[in-house]
Ligand binder design. Sequence first.
Ligand code: NAD
Length: 979
Amino acid sequence: MISTVTPQTYERDTQAIAQKLIAAMQGGGSWLTQLRDRAQLEDKLLTWTMSNPGLRVQLFRLIDVLPTLSSKAEIARHLQEYLAVPGVELPSTLKQLLNFAAPDSLPGQVAATTFTAAVSALAHRYIAGESLPQVLKTIEKLNRNGMAFTVDMLGEAVITEKEAHGYLQQYLDLMTQLAQNVPTGTAGAKVQVSVKLTAFYSQFDPLDGPGSQAQVSDRLRTLLRHAQTLGVAVHFDMEQYTYKTITLEILKALLMEPEFRDRTDIGITLQAYLRDSYQDLHGTIEWAKLRGAPLTVRLVKGAYWDQETIQAIQKGWPQPVYSHKAATDANFERMTQLLLENHGVLHAAIGSHNVRSQAKAIAMANALQIPSGRFEMQVLYGMADKLAKALHDQGHRVRVYCPYGKLIPGMSYLIRRLLENTANSSFLKQSSAEGAAMEALLAPPEVPAQELVLPRSHFHAADPDYAQENLRHQAHQALASVKSQLGRQYWPFINGEATLTASSEPSVNPSEPATAIGQVGQATLEMAEQAMAAAKTAFPMWAKTPVRERADLLRRVADLMAQRRQELAAWMVLEVGKVQREADGEVSEAIDFCRYYADEMERLDAGYDRDLAGETNAYRYHPRGVAVVISPWNFPLAIPTGMVVAALVTGNCTILKPAAPSAVIAAKLAEILMDAGVPAGVFQYLPGSGSQLGPYLTKHPDVHIIAFTGSQSVGCRIYADAAILQPGQKHLKRVIAEMGGKNGIIVDQSADLDQAVAGVVKSAFGYGGQKCSACSRAIVLDAVYDTFVQRLIEATQSLNVGIAENPGTAIGPVISAEARDHILGYIAQGNAEATLALAEPVPESGYFVSPTIFTDVPSNGVLAQEEIFGPVLAVIRAKSFEEALAIANNTQYALTGGLYSRTPSHIERAKAEFEVGNLYINRNTTGAIVDRQPFGGFKLSGVGSKAGGRDYLLQFLEPKVITENVQRQGFAPIEGIDL
Ligand code: NAD
């Protein structure tokens, strides 16, 4: 339909409608004035947060942890730990409240009670009820006031299939109850529920489109059928951006099925803060025309702005949301217009607390003469009561979104509402600001020019964002293409040439061992000698090559890897059984190593000078000689790349001996180095037997540096061998050995269990536990032990185990038959010392081991002490935080560690006392990023400084200091010298 009204008329009408709404709303003064008048503590909390940003953050964090604190003393302790901190200015009421000496004193208890009551009152303002009877009461009241409603059930994050089934069942029950108990009366009073797609399937993942679609659609069919028998309407909420495209795809497909195609009591949601939402609305309109029967689109601005923005920055992805609120507001108006102009196919639900946005929608609806029933306004419960009433009084249908549920799962909802209510850019906050001119507030949103410029991606290579369909497609294509290249022959590469060997070994796909990924020529000891000689010969030339040229070689390698990103990931999926996302992360890490070490070497190349009158002192770095790099299979690209390019950029000639199970990927690295132009002799690729080539290379008198990553036993042997002076050897060898770990994550009572369970599952079972950083011990405090363990087991059970290339797979195979048998041996042994809490059947072909959980594991036993390097997690019970920390430190390793806690004093203690090279707080313990989290451990986890960190390259360099006396006969230039 063509709009017959000009923008000017819309604008004039908008202003008039808005003024009228505001006049109606101002009956009882602004909401802030009312807050002040009421002056309850919960109201004060809100006003304080708006005047003091430091306090705002701390208060919200405290509110977040509050439901997990079980005693008044604990609450009192956290009140002090969160609020009595530097940088937070406390209003006098709070200062008084916090003025107690001991958390378990009487004043402490009073403080705890007062604060808890205030937060609970605050929560009840936004949550329509904690139980069904309460929610029914709320609905009755809304009905009396002529408001329609939609009910949303608050829940914990769905991370287990049990929870996903439970969610469906609870909604079926809820609909039945609502249908039975809500009287049909006013036009808008038809029962409506709002649901979230991700809650129907715990493994919902855009990368696994078909798998997620099958599971979710199945459950949605049950939901929609039940709704129909009851006459209940269903609205689908929209969640984070990553789920947006697949959510729309699933809903569009489902609603085209003959059974559902005629249904008109169904709605979907679009978020105007997304840059691509206008396009999505277009697509939805076209689709709705094709479908025939109209649906409702709820247009909202979007509730995850902070989260989307933080994620985009951390991952280096383009920001999916507009960075300025005004741009969102403007887009909201554009979308409102498009939606209303198509009211024949899509009915509109305008969800906003912004008077202008609502007024504009009304102005357009009036002009377009949209029949009632095709247009309604929506607000969130407790957020804009006066606006809702004013809209209703002016004859519009208003629907209130009513979340209901218990306080703990409700906390994240409450925090989202508080953030919105107190954000500087929020209409709600602005409308209450002192002296804010209404005209300015109601003026058309002005979009700043820079809004159109996407924020610059940071230094790190970004993993593919599978919210983008084309990237999913590329990954799929790459896999197909690599599969057509399987079984080829790879040769050692020595002195610039492929060197044919007498024997070859297949490298196989651990998901399907009958498939050979490639045939790898096995280098002999003679070839190792040739490689050594070539490296030695090339060294003087390479050492003299300007740093700039060496650094540029690395940058070319990085570029080639970036070009071949999907292909390299596909090789990893097939050769070592990594799932797609893990493989993607690894390509990014390899690229980062190249770019980072290139920059680092240029930084180091300057050295430093300490000149004074008559004397110059120059500190400069020089290459050492020949570097032997021995790499493991578990990070088959990133680790050899990191070690090799570090050796090359520092001017050392290098021999790479890769691990046999990943020799083909290492050959791809060699290929890329050649393509990037590495000179003959500077780099050699030497696949072959580790137990023969390894000792030969490491004991060789011409070797200067050994960069090893692998097991503790091999690392220690290399360290010992390297110390022995060989005949003819005129130097001592430098050994960098990154070895194993027995990494623990502590979960205390204040932990966010949604986060802790998901984080431990990811850390323990990502890549089947075959990461040196993997969590193999969960050390859990008594108070949360049972709850944690139960969810942990259910969440782990929900993971799909299968061939790595299947996008629905969370856990692929282990690397080899030997590895599998070795792990199974530990599991058998573990049965004697702990309780086997989870072991599932696994596919028979392929080297699969079930994700395995042992509970009540003794902290000194085999399961808790030895690196198993597979999907085996030992859960250990601790009585106190002190004990947990002692258990965590009680191993020979010190690689990674984790803590889930929202108790500031525990976090501080862990920072000081947790003996690990990399400590992760409130996140998973794997996936270190170059420069951001330089990686490596101490104790028996390794010797040397951190990969991807500022000290790493120093290990490949020999510093020299040149001192020159520049004084001649008592004369020396003194200009520019510090005297
Ligand atoms: P591994 O020790 O069996 O093999 C590592 C490499 O050493 C392979 O290339 C192998 O061929 C070679 N090798 C074997 N025997 C040798 C010998 N006698 N002399 C010289 N080289 C020899 O380890 P893996 O199974 O490939 O890798 C898993 C281990 O690596 C785990 O212990 C894990 O914790 C560790 N790892 C540590 C880090 C870290 O950064 N700290 C990173 C990844 C892996």
